[in-house]
Write a protein that binds this ligand. Structure first.
Ligand code: ADP
Ligand code: MG
Length: 631
């Protein structure tokens, strides 16, 4: 029943936001809060700003996009700074169609959807409130009621500029319903909604022959012509095209360049002049943000068509390339999986990373800079430290190819391959190797890959695999690290006891049996060899350690395992070497003995409890790393 309560309070909240009153009352609102009368472009910009921003390394991160769009900070910044911001200030860019251009599945639709959803929410806030002439299918701006002759005076008094003329329908209603008394015209608060077709329109062109301009501009309502007598009576016209409905908000054109030419001209007049022609009426004013998206190929063929020349200068193209950061790519996949029906599947940690490495490699251009290969470039782009390079190098690399990221593997392909990997496996758990294999197998079926690219991509799969091998080893090490500190101390104490006995030519007492024994030469050497101490140098090294030890003792300080830099290194290396052996032995023996079994179980438990694995993926990882170490 909880949901019903929520529904109820949701409805109450919606109702509490409603407002209606006369135009005279509305003017009082405008006086107090002029922002209610802002243009669609200004509203978008303020909406984006209202979510806040962070400045980092001289770049602005807009939070509005940040939770859904990953790794495209530069493109988003450019979109806001070069389009939304100046458009909000009524600069000329707002008279151009905004065209997001980028490769397939690169996030264009997601950006537009964010804007649409954002608009819906924003119109419910105080700062984003929108008002319209009541009963108008185009939710016309009430300020259009102010006659042109009085608009300068209006500006002086209210500080608001009015653009556009009262529509034919409302001109008629003003006469017939209100006897010309504009102060009595009813105004209401509206809430943008794509579903209810308020302030948000979308259009996807069908094939050119069946594209009907009425979808955009509305059409004659034949059922009412008889009632009103003439086609030119606006009451006999249905202003229910997408452009009508999108008034005050935004209009999305999918695959805009597939639009029939006459549609494009309609859009241009709308953006350029702020009005469009519908039916037999005078021009209809509309205020809406027009966003379209397209891919590079389509855009190139559009550009190359001489007929479209006049259109070029009226479109502002914003490139939306693929993300080029591995860790952000992982977040994209995580998000897509959360939104999919794969949520019940266990995806082993690092599996998405392996896929992300592959995808990003396919998108990167080969660096021209000396001393950098593709993998290093990939790391630098992701903000990792690469020895000998810094942030300035990253910027130089980015400048080498300003259009980087327009090609390569798209995120949707990866998600599709992951889901086919899931189908193939009997258990609901997949790991990095499953994913890489599925990606590789899919390359043959990928329609848009040339033979040349396929070979390149195969190579990137191998690179991703090698990167993953290193990651996998580190995962295992992490799982051992739990008792690492403890083991390091035990090992060092043991070493120090032996060194002391060696230097003083003493025997050493076995703690268990109490038996007197010679110092354990084999143990000492196995540690010293880790840092390249030769047979000849061992005596000096041991004496040096002993001197250090007694210096600590004199000062009453405890000698820790990391009190001597080289000894610490030796101990660590020895531990990892032992670890290697443990992993090798425990994972390769078919019938592990009791202590090996215990170790395996501990590691598996830790992988599950602390590192996000399940029992299948943890065992798979252990086996895999075992096989790597046995190579
Ligand atoms: N940079 C990105 N950040 C977040 N999600 C992304 C990104 N690029 C692609 N996606 C995801 O990939 C899928 C396809 O993106 P979409 O917006 O439909 O691409 P487009 O319209 O450019 O073809 C969506 O699920 C989207 O969320
Ligand atoms: Mg799309």
């Amino acid at each position: 029943m909880d949901i019903l309560n929520k529904v109820k309070s949701f409805r109450e909240e919606e109702n509490s936001l409603k407002w209606e009153g006369t135009f005279a009352e509305y003017l009082a609102i405008v006086k107090e809060r002029p922002e209610v009368a802002q243009s669609a472009h200004s509203r978008v910009y303020n909406m984006i700003k209202s979510h806040g921003l962070t400045e980092k390394n001289g770049h602005k991160l807009y939070h509005f996009f940040g939770e859904e769009i990953f790794g495209l900070e530069t493109s988003i910044e450019r979109l806001v700074e070069e389009y939304f911001h100046p458009a909000a200030k009524r600069l000329d860019v707002r008279k151009r169609i905004l065209l997001l251009m980028g490769p397939v599945s690169g996030g264009k639709s997601t950006i537009v959807t964010l804007l649409k959803r954002g608009f819906e929410k924003y119109s419910k806030t105080d700062e984003g409130a929108v008002y319209a002439i009541k009963g108008c299918p185009m939710h016309e701006d009430p300020l259009h009621l102010i006659p042109h002759e009085l608009r300068d005076e209006f500006f002086e008094e209210y500080g608001v500029r009015i653009e556009g003329s009262l529509s034919p329908l409302n001109t008629m209603r003003l006469e017939k319903e209100y006897n010309g008394r504009l102060e009595d015209v009813m105004v209401e608060r509206i809430f943008f909604s794509e579903d209810k077709r308020v302030g948000i329109g979308t259009y996807t062109p069908s094939d050119p022959k069946s594209q009907d301009i009425a979808d955009l501009t509305g059409s004659i309502d034949f059922s009412t012509i008889a009632e009103f007598g003439a086609e030119s009576d606006p009451r006999a016209y249905r202003f229910d095209g997408e452009l009508n409905k999108a008034n005050r908000g935004m209009m999305e054109f999918q695959e805009m360049l597939k639009l029939d030419e006459k549609f494009l001209w309609l859009l241009l007049s709308l953006t350029q002049e702020g009005n469009f022609k519908a039916g037999r009426f005078a021009l209809i004013s509309a205020d809406e943000l027009i966003v379209a998206h397209t891919n590079e190929t389509e855009y190139a063929s559009f550009i190359s068509n001489k007929k479209n020349e006049a259109l070029h200068s009226r479109i502002i193209v914003m490139p939306i390339p693929y993300n080029l950061k591995v860790s952000q790519e992982e977040r994209i996949y995580e998000k897509m999986i959360r939104e999919s029906d794969m949520t019940h599947i266990h995806i082993a940690p690092q599996a998405l990373r392996a896929a992300a490495i592959f995808s990003v490699l396919t998108r990167l251009e080969p660096p021209k800079k000396q001393g950098i290969d593709l993998v290093k470039k990939m790391r630098l782009y992701d903000g990792e430290n690469v020895e000998g390079f810094n942030q300035i190098d990253v910027e130089e690399l980015q400048k080498e190819y300003p259009n980087e990221g327009m090609n390569g593997i798209d995120p949707r392909y990866v998600i599709n391959r992951i889901s086919s990997a899931i189908i193939r496996k009997e258990v609901p758990s997949i790991n990095a190797l499953d994913v890489l294999r599925a990606l590789k197998d899919g390359l043959d079926q990928h329609a848009s890959i040339t033979q040349e690219d396929r070979e390149k991509y195969m190579n990137y799969i191998s690179i991703a695999r090698r990167e993953y091998d290193e990651i996998a080893k580190k995962e295992i090490q992490k799982a051992f690290v739990y008792s690492y500190e403890e083991s390091a101390i035990t090992l060092m104490d043991n070493y120090l006891d032996n060194v002391e006995a060696y230097c003083n030519k003493n025997k050493i007492r076995d703690t268990l049996t109490g038996e007197e024994m010679n110092p354990d030469e084999k143990l000492m050497r196995s540690i010293e060899e880790q840092i390249g101490i030769s047979e000849n140098a061992k005596k000096a090294f041991r004496e040096e350690i002993l001197i250090r030890l007694s210096a600590y003792a004199r000062k009453g300080k405890r000698f820790e395992y990391n009190s001597h830099e080289r000894l610490r290194e030796a101990i660590q290396k020895k531990l990892f070497a032992d670890l290697k052996d443990v992993v090798k032995i425990t994972t390769s023996s078919k019938t592990p003995d009791e202590s090996q079994l215990k170790k395996i179980n501990e590691v598996v438990a830790r992988l599950i409890d602390e590192h996000g694995y399940n029992s299948i993926s943890a065992n798979e990882l252990l086996r895999y790393v075992g096989s790597l170490l046995n190579r």
